[in-house]
Write a protein that binds this ligand. Sequence first.
Ligand code: ATP
Ligand code: MG
Length: 395
Amino acid sequence: MNRVILIKYGELTTKKGNRKFFIQTLYQNIQKKLAGFNVEITQDLSRMYIEKKKKDLSLILKKVQEVFGIHTFQVAVKIKSEQEEIKKTCLSLLKNQKFSTFKVETKRSDKSFPIPSMEFSKQIGGLLLKSIDGIQVDVHQPEVLVRIEILPEYTYVYTDQYTGLGGYPVGTQGKGLLMLSGGIDSPVAGYLSLKRGIQVDCVYFEAIPHTSLEAREKVISLTRKLVKYRSKISLHIVPFTKIQEAIYQNCDPDYMITIMRRMMYRIMDRLAKQKNALVIINGESIGQVASQTLNSMAVINAVTNMPVIRPVACLDKLEIIDIAKKIDTYDISILPYEDCCTVFVPKHPVIHPTMEACLKNEEKLDYESLIEETLREVFTLSIEEEEETFAEDLF
Ligand code: ATP
Ligand code: MG
């Protein structure tokens, strides 16, 4: 049987003016995702069709499930719009399934097909009742819903439905720079921003030798998890040691974290402008630690006028962990390597910092030239999605 994947668009169907652009972006994303497969992708206003040439359906389905902007998708059998052919297909599709109730729904977009939809559903229902033992029709809650879509040339028959990731196709919004630490929260923040269509690149601040190369490896592994949703991500690595040591030597211990985060934000601001990013994204969650009280956020945020998006700001830690597990970043995030924030943690970080005290602490630092120097030392790793191969086709 010739199986085709039918893809229904998600929220983008509400984007009237932008519809074409959204669909085109989704089309390109799916094409990139399935580049290693021998598939043909076509589209109309309501959906996309993926036709495969080889037997790798199960892997293609897995890949499709990683693309934002897809609401639902089905695996349909594609046949000629001929009555006998449709009947034969319905029968062979249902014969090997275990179920006791079913319903048939026909949609006839091609009015030249001689039998009206309701009538055709009844005919198919009758045929199934006659041919398969122990089944009956249930129009309200059928175990199996047989759907027949009759178009001028071809007809699609399917019984299953898969849920896609939803969201917007990545690339329909501009670029964002995610502050990616090795923790649990920031990869989740990255995933949620990709879901909104933002082209996310990542920035990691490291303080070698106070942080290890294993910590960097951890961030690279996390980026590899995110690259599933965007075929290529730039990971900018910021050597933060000199700034962090300067803060450690010159600032009040209570204010060390606050000042450090103001420095991070200043660097993010410059990097974002350099890389043409429109927003800064991070994994801050209100009240989680001293630097994430509303007071702290206010004085830290004051060093930039770029919009800062905090996708997990209002989630509980358990809710964040749930998503981290779902996107497979949790096990990496809980590996023990320190990131640069935890190495210099003071005993009593200030919970309600004041702007005045921040400025006073910063007077002791020649931070402009430190930032300039640091920016010159930033280097970038390009992380690309790896191709997977499956030996067997499960379908
Ligand atoms: P996470 O679990 O994501 O690390 P956290 O609870 O440890 O978050 P903080 O260490 O206070 O919280 O950091 C808050 C946010 O600041 C992080 O979610 C991340 O976006 C950013 N951040 C912290 N440390 C770094 C770092 N070394 N490099 C890049 N971004 C960082
Ligand atoms: Mg952290």
